[in-house]
Design a protein around this ligand. Structure first.
Ligand code: IPM
Ligand code: MG
Length: 354
């Protein structure tokens, strides 16, 4: 299996490399893994003047799976959009047609005290946000900043979804719900936005093909509220690119730390891009304090979804549970009575547990 490792920026390399080591150590299907590294994001700009160097994109197209760290450098929001490190990731998702982004939020019982919510609200949390990844205001045209007749600057982005884009992510949502508890909540803003009215109509139409799945709809503001009020009522949430970006960070905090959360981005085939939900966190880069478990759990998703290695994926998840049960914690999930460890020690502990 050809796995392209894209460490990227900030804490990306610190978490992606242990995740790659865990991937190879945990696999059970006898695949021979060929790991290649390439630059992306700020590292891509430094190496080739482009957040997605053509050589990196080409390697990604040739690979069976991609393990991604993070993209982003301090102060990059001031750069023009096309030169921002995160643009490399966005273009890669689009170029590979990775339209379905699976973001699980699972509370490990050992971390219940690290959650920002009361234990009785989050106990048993196990939900999945399915975020559409190729459309919405992220890619809609027109976009940009122009100057109007009065000399004032106007910023424009376009929230856009075609019927077929909504249909394919809706199908992915219903298929996922069938594998879980047959509950699907679609999140939109149909009370205000035409594009989201279409979203709701198309999801409802697709739902007629899945009469065994209980479909509900929430407006995004209410969804944000209920995620804090009654998070364990949710199972699968399907939503657009922008709302999914926001709600998945919110859901992350229910689990104790965004550093714990993995994600998978898939298209029509088996090739996927696997990345922790957290970003590059330039403020803590190079200090051996980042949590590598989100990246390591992304390797588990890679084995499960791109390598058809459920046993290998389960081994990684069990190893993570074991190190947590032994009380090892990085700074983001550290609570009184547990043992504070660094990024490298946490990665080594998971490898040893394997
Ligand atoms: C994410 C990130 C990215 C996004 C950024 C880094 C472009 O926030 O994966 O959630 O907005 O999609
Ligand atoms: Mg985000």
């Amino acid at each position: 299996m050809k796995v392209l490792v894209l460490p990227g920026d900030g804490i990306g390399p610190e978490v992606a490399r242990p995740a790659a080591a865990v991937l190879v150590a945990a696999a059970t299907r006898g695949h021979e893994f060929v790991l290649t590294e390439a630059p992306i994001g700020g590292a891509g700009i430094a190496a080739a003047g482009d957040p997605l160097p053509e050589a990196t994109a080409h390697l990604a197209e040739q690979s069976d799976a991609i393990l991604f760290g993070a993209a982003g450098i301090a102060g990059d929001t001031l750069l023009p959009a096309a030169r921002r490190p995160g643009a490399g990731l966005l273009r890669l998702r689009k170029r590979l047609g990775l339209f379905a982004n699976y973001r699980p939020a699972v509370l490990y019982p050992e971390l219940i005290d690290a959650s920002s919510l009361k234990p009785e609200i989050v106990r048993g949390l196990d939900l999945m946000i399915l975020r559409e990844l190729n459309g919405d205001a992220y890619f809609g045209e027109p976009r940009g900043v122009s100057v109007d007749a009065g000399g004032e600057r106007i910023g424009v982005n376009t929230m856009r979804y075609s019927e077929s884009e909504i249909r394919r992510i809706a199908h992915a949502g219903f298929r996922l719900a069938r594998k879980r508890t047959r509950k699907l909540c679609s999140v939109d803003k149909a009370n205000v936005l035409e594009v989201m009215k279409l979203w709701r109509e198309v999801v409802t139409e697709v739902g007629r093909e899945y009469p065994d799945v209980a479909l509900t709809h929430l407006f995004v503001d209410a969804a944000a509220m209920h995620l804090l009020r009654r998070p364990t009522d949710f199972d699968v949430i399907v939503t657009g690119n922008m709302f999914g970006d926001i709600l998945s960070d919110e859901a992350a905090m229910l689990t104790g730390s965004i550093g714990m959360l993995p994600s998978a981005s898939l298209g029509e085939g088996r090739r996927g891009l696997y990345e922790p939900v957290h970003g590059s966190a330039p403020d803590i880069a190079g200090r051996d304090i980042a949590n590598p478990l989100g990246a390591i759990l992304s390797s588990a998703m890679l084995l499960r979804l791109s390598a058809d290695d459920e046993a290998g994926a389960t081994r990684i998840e069990a190893a993570v549970r074991e190190v947590l049960a032994r009380g090892l914690r990085t700074a983001d999930i550290h609570t009184p009575g547990t043992t504070l460890v660094g990024t490298a020690a946490m990665g080594a502990a998971v490898l040893a547990a394997l």
